[in-house]
Design a protein around this ligand. Structure first.
Ligand SMILES: [Fe+2]
Length: 207
């Protein structure tokens, strides 16, 4: 079983950590840094970030959603000081309401945010559930960019929802499991918010 299948076979963080720590030297993706919009990860000072960030503003239409998980390094230990940049469509499937601040603030719309993990590697975004694009060419998804200390940024598999009809066999077969699987089953928090748990396995970098 290769590394990516191993990763896909586990969903709990303890199992992930054990799996990851015992894995053989993983392959570096040749296209790891091929990324449009990863510059967005650097648009806020990392020193000002916390492990939790709110993306939606009060009054934003849509169902409330928490996105959380743990970042794990190649050694199976929590990924500390890792910046995550998330952006997604609104409840109409549009990247709407951007600002002229930068190209990415304009193109990614108003629903975007940044977190930086602490020693436990845990992060959380508070936001709303996105909708598929109006043409339904893709499932509802949340883009994630990873920026590790001293490294170049890279994208990982979007978060999508297991019960989305657009997450069909063809879509699933095309996933690369960058950063681990992005297909999540929604739950509920004690407060009644939707809950998406997306653990993130840091990708190996070129030497
Ligand atoms: Fe998108």
């Amino acid at each position: 079983m290769d590394r990516r299948n191993l990763i896909a076979a586990f969903t709990g963080t303890a199992a992930l950590a054990a799996c990851r720590a015992s894995a053989l030297a993983p392959d570096v993706r040749a296209d790891l840094y091929d990324c449009e919009g990863c510059e967005g990860a650097r648009e806020r000072p990392a020193a000002a970030m916390a492990a939790t960030a709110r993306i939606d503003r009060p009054g934003e239409p849509g169902e409330r959603l928490d996105v959380t998980g743990r970042v794990l390094g190649l050694d199976g230990k929590p990924g500390r000081g890792v910046v995550l940049y998330a952006y997604h469509t609104n409840a109409e499937g549009l990247y709407a309401g951007g600002t002229p601040e930068t190209e990415w603030s304009r193109r990614h719309g108003r629903l975007r945010g940044w977190v930086k993990t602490g020693p436990d590697g845990v992060y959380r975004f508070e936001t709303i559930k996105p909708a598929p694009y109006p043409d339904r060419s893709l499932p509802a998804h949340i883009h994630l960019t990873v920026l590790e200390p001293g490294r170049r940024a890279y994208w990982i598999d979007d978060i999508v929802f297991d019960d989305d009809p657009l997450v069909d066999a063809k879509y699933r077969a095309a996933r690369e499991n960058r950063g681990g699987t992005g297909i999540v089953r929604l739950g509920r928090t004690a407060a009644g918010r939707l809950l998406a748990t997306r653990h993130i396995l840091l990708e190996p970098h070129p030497a």
